[in-house]
Write a protein that binds this ligand. Structure first.
Ligand code: DGJ
Length: 735
């Protein structure tokens, strides 16, 4: 009989994840073996203390039924004399020291010059679904608390670390990861990640993992368009969209970050992520501590699509403000593409009237309403209402928007300043800079150094005043450049690099305080499109603007990438004018609407130019969206046919309670007269009956009611022809 003493067992079944939760405790521990087992949905995760006292990674993958199945941790042997045991043994949080040649989780320089840091296990503490493990350097009181928060219902484990200096001297941290995750040993892994640029975010990349590292990162001070802190790793010959193992994770941090997917010479793949060590330096004074970003991860054996769905559900219930109780995203109108900076009272009211007639529920004035803002040359920093454009302030527009039955939102870019602004003339020292060096402008603007308390207080105060004095329901919070000259001369030289951490902490603090003081306020995170989308900012913002690219053909591909990592409900998607401003492409209105309906629907065209026929078609489209938005924003997303490198594509959203499913079919370009492929559905109840309703006459004749079984095996057929043809059907489950 196996002997096991479980000294601790905690079970938690969250309200919304009850169906997924197992009867197993979320955290269990064997004192005898010094092994911990964490259970989150389909995912099991285990580690233990080895004979040297290091915390060693043991298991990450599918369900382990019993802690008794897991062997105690035992370090791996040295290989020849070149790879020491510290390098061959996968640690949960390795310090750089004792001959570690793999990616360290933490690197430090101590007073006196020592740079050797070796962390050993000290103690553990469990609080509900959270486990805290304390590690300490073998010689000096530098402590690291490893936090593991288990979301049993959602299938996610969140990890972060708190580094504590209990010495009587300061220590300089040169890198600090949130966590390192170790995959089962072996070859045959494939990594997937997301890259991009302005107007071309969310491009899906894949590569086989072999000895060496794939590094995805931002050195730009914010999350970036360049790469998103999401990864998925699966088995090259085994994993598909619908089956096979997938390990996945996201870093919740809106500053410079790095994720290293490293395969060692001994076929051990490890994924380490946290603050970007590039230009990093954080001086911990005696008694001080540093908390890293949170690294969330999960596992499924049901393929890449399920990996995304697990994250979507988790974000909806545990990350987004308000969780499952949050209101659904309203249909929004935004005037940016219509008017750019030329906003004024009569023009905005005229657009608001037209937007309301379409069924819009929120009206947003974009850039141009403040200071001396006529182009992007001037005005950022001067957040008073421009008296020429709005001689009576914002009130007349807001009142009209309200009488039209919509709420009101406004664009802000609080972290920036134009040199041509009163704010800059008064406080040139508030802009990020290295004194005496040139200040490189991007879009004619500089960054305010939010790490400074006076600057972050100023930003909070004017935002608070704006929202208090005006009936504002929504802020579109923009951020239109990345960092240059990240100097902070108000603090001693050896603290100046802390700007990378303190800036982001203060940003989060401003957002948190604003939301606490104005609980009904909703916020969109925008950064020239999708430059700041991550699970850090999404704890404080209700939605994101994924791209300035509003061309519906490109959007299909961008959205396909976006929903790999993020819930469709968080994705604002506008229908805009044609020819599209970016590529002059002309796409039918229906196709543009159906593409945008895969997220939170918005309208961004110049309604003054829309014909009565277009207005009437749009009215019907908005009404259709309202009948399916709960399913799109909160349901389960299925990628039926990916638009990437395909001329035909299809998506499906299934309501959380299974009562409704919505299918969108797109024929981007018909080739050789090929008929549109049969669309086989997923995620339905096999034995339930569904009534099918089409928005048009494109569905090939079929019985009105079909079983889930039939729809999943034999599918439906659309008669889509030519270029940019599209359709949508709704399935209502019959009682
Ligand atoms: C960039 C955003 O992504 C756009 O939607 C728009 O708000 C402009 N900034 C305004 O300057």
């Amino acid at each position: 009989m196996r002997k096991l003493r479980v000294v601790l067992a905690v079970t938690f079944v969250s309200l919304f994840g009850a169906a997924m939760a197992s009867a197993q405790p979320s955290i269990s521990y064997s004192e005898q073996k010094k092994v911990w087992l964490l259970q989150a949905g389909e995912q099991s995760y285990a580690f233990g203390v080895n004979e040297r006292g290091e915390l060693q990674s043991l298991i990450w993958g599918g369900k382990v039924r019993d802690l008794a199945d897991i062997r105690p941790a035992k370090s791996l042997p040295e290989r020849a004399s070149f790879d020491l045991s510290t390098t061959t043994t996968p640690q949960e949080y390795p310090g750089w020291g004792a001959g570690l040649f793999t990616e360290p989780a933490i690197k430090a320089t101590f007073e006196g010059g020592n740079r050797d840091l070796v962390l050993h296990y000290v103690s553990q503490q469990v609080d509900g679904d959270e486990l805290r493990i304390t590690l300490k350097d073998i010689l000096v009181p530098l402590f690291v608390e490893l936090h593991y928060r288990v979301y049993p219902g959602e299938g996610i484990i969140a990890r972060w670390s708190v580094i504590q200096n209990k010495m009587d001297k300061p220590v300089m941290l040169e890198s600090a990861a949130a966590a390192a995750w170790s995959l089962p040993r072996g070859t045959g892994y494939e990594a997937h990640w997301l890259t991009g640029r302005w107007a071309g975010e969310w491009q899906q990349q894949s590569a086989a993992l072999g000895p060496g590292s794939i590094v995805i990162e931002s050195r730009r001070g914010s999350t970036s368009h360049q790469a998103n802190p999401w990864f998925e790793v699966d088995r090259t010959n085994e994993t598909t969209e619908t089956s096979g193992p997938a390990w996945f994770g996201e870093l919740g941090w809106s500053g410079s970050w790095r994720i290293t997917l490293e395969t060692t010479s001994f076929e051990q793949t490890r994924i380490t992520g946290g603050f970007n060590p590039f230009d990093f330096g954080y001086k911990l004074a005696p008694g001080e501590s540093l908390t890293t970003p949170i690294f969330y991860a999960g596992y499924t054996n049901k393929g890449r699509g399920e990996a995304s769905r697990i994250f979507h559900r988790f974000q909806q219930s545990a990350i987004f403000p308000g969780g499952d109780r949050a209101r659904l995203r309203p249909v929004l109108y935004n005037s940016w593409e219509a008017t750019e900076f030329n906003v004024d009272e009569p023009g905005q009211i005229a657009l608001a009237e037209k937007a309301a007639s379409l069924g819009a529920e929120r009206f947003v004035i974009d850039d141009g309403w403040f200071g001396q803002r006529k182009t992007d040359n001037a005005g950022l920093g001067d957040w008073y209402v421009n008296p020429q454009k709005f001689p009576h302030g914002l009130k007349p527009v807001i009142d009209r928007v309200h009488t039209l039955g919509m709420d009101f939102g406004i664009w802000v870019e609080p972290e920036m300043v134009n040199p041509d602004s009163d704010l800059y003339r008064k406080h040139p020292d508030w802009a990020m800079n290295f004194p005496g060096r040139p200040r490189t402008e991007g879009r004619n603007q500089l960054l305010l150094n939010l790490a400074r308390k006076d600057v972050s207080d100023y930003v909070f105060n004017w935002l608070d005043k704006l929202v208090t004095e005006n009936d504002i329901a929504f802020l579109k919070w923009d951020y239109n450049r990345n960092w240059s000259e990240p100097g902070w001369d108000a603090v001693p030289v050896d603290e100046q690099k802390e700007i990378y951490v303190k800036y982001v902490q203060n940003l989060y603090d401003i957002l948190a305080r604003l939301r606490a003081k104005h609980p009904k306020l909703e916020i969109e995170s925008c950064s020239g499109g999708g430059g700041r989308v991550d699970l850090g900012i999404l704890r404080y913002t209700d939605e994101v603007w994924p791209s300035d690219n509003t061309d519906a053909l490109d959007r299909l591909v961008l959205q396909d990438g976006f929903v790999r990592a993020y819930s469709p409900g968080a994705m604002m998607a506008w229908v805009t004018d044609v020819p599209n401003f970016l590529d002059r492409r002309v796409i039918p209105l229906k196709f543009r609407f159906l593409v945008a309906m895969n997220g939170s629907l918005g309208i961004g065209g110049n309604l003054n130019h829309w014909t009565e026929a277009e207005m009437s078609e749009s009215r019907a489209m908005v009404a259709y969206y309202k009948s399916i938005r709960q399913t799109v924003q909160r349901g389960a997303f299925y990628r039926l046919m990916s638009p990437v490198d395909n001329s035909a594509s299809a998506t499906e959203h299934v309501a959380q309670d299974g009562s409704q499913a919505v299918i969108f079919a797109f024929l981007q370009a018909q080739r050789f007269g090929s008929p549109f492929p049969t669309v086989r559905l997923r995620g339905l109840q096999p034995d339930a009956l569904y009534r099918i309703k089409s928005i048009d006459d494109k569905l090939e004749s079929a019985p009105e009611v079909l079983s889930g079984d039939f729809l999943m095996h034999h599918g439906v057929n659309f008669n889509l022809v030519g270029d940019y043809d599209s359709s949508s059907i709704v399935l209502e489950r019959q009682p």
